[in-house]
Ligand binder design. Structure first.
Ligand code: HEM
Length: 156
């Protein structure tokens, strides 16, 4: 169980980079598309797809950590009331997990709405709005010591 915990935590940590890079590129390409009035291309679609797929993987790993592997959330679930008084336990059990779930839902909603739109300009605009808000929440909720505990940016 210990090695599965380490493996999942490492994967969750490294997958964050795929999310951040795909999200940032996706938004930058949407901005370029809006400014240069270009058609929504295969690259736009693939970047959005990579963003949403890496988010799905992150959610799955997050749920695995949350309910089965992480000593922090397992301790919090034992006594939720007490955990709410401990800033580290509250961060993992509520803030990080809940806000990131909201971010995944927003990115998923955006992805569905973009697919349903035919007009390239509207597709670029929807990418900018939905992926932008999702990425902003994700950035705020990365454990970098701003809103909670600090964890390494690169885990080796
Ligand atoms: C979607 C974007 C998310 C990002 C970018 C993200 C990022 C991270 C990072 C960087 C860590 C620290 C890893 C380390 O110590 O190396 C972490 C830990 C953790 N994440 Fe996420 N996460 C996301 C979503 C979620 C979700 C949706 C959940 C739960 C449903 C979750 C649950 C956890 C838990 C429980 C830990 C702590 C594990 C531990 O230290 O025992 N995460 N996350």
């Amino acid at each position: 169980m210990d090695s599965l915990y380490t493996f999942s935590l490492y994967l969750h940590s490294w997958n964050r980079w795929i999310i951040l890079i795909a999200g940032l590129l996706s938004i930058a390409m949407a901005l370029k598309g809006l400014r240069e009035r270009t058609a929504y291309s295969g690259t736009n679609r693939n970047l959005s797809l990579l963003f949403i797929s890496s988010l799905h993987l992150q959610l799955l790993l997050g749920l695995l950590l949350y309910f089965i592997l992480s000593p922090f959330t397992l301790q919090a679930m034992n006594d939720f009331g007490a955990a709410m008084k401990d800033s580290t336990l509250r961060y993992w059990a509520v803030e990080h997990s809940l806000l990131n779930i909201i971010a995944v839902i927003l990115a998923q909603a955006g992805s569905i709405l973009i697919k349903r739109t035919a007009d390239s300009r509207v597709k670029h605009r929807k990418t900018l709005i939905w992926s932008g808000i999702a990425l902003l929440i994700i950035l705020l909720m990365i454990p970098a010591g701003i809103m909670g505990p600090e964890r390494p940016w690169f885990r080796f």
